[in-house]
Design a protein around this ligand. Sequence first.
Ligand SMILES: [Zn+2]
Ligand SMILES: [Zn+2]
Length: 104
Amino acid sequence: MRGTRGPDDDKPARHTSRSRGVAESKLRRDGRHCPVCLKALPRIAGKGLARKCTSCEAQPEPARRCARCHEEAIWETNIKAACQACGNHGSKLRVVAGALTEES
Ligand SMILES: [Zn+2]
Ligand SMILES: [Zn+2]
């Protein structure tokens, strides 16, 4: 006897990756994640969130300004930097205002 039809409904599983860029930008700016590598910042008992990323060793550089939004919200590592205010990120030369052109 025939009639063994396989189930017709093997739809491909859908992953919603449309808003990935937006989600990343949010993480960068929420203050709870490292803006450079997006790792969640560790909590220190009694002190709140760590001000240094344990993954990429980025830390806030209060004297630096963002080349895009001019906020003093830069986190940087040896080679990379990111702005916690607008989500701008990349090499230091592109993110930190004044790193590329010398102003005096
Ligand atoms: Zn990091
Ligand atoms: Zn910025």
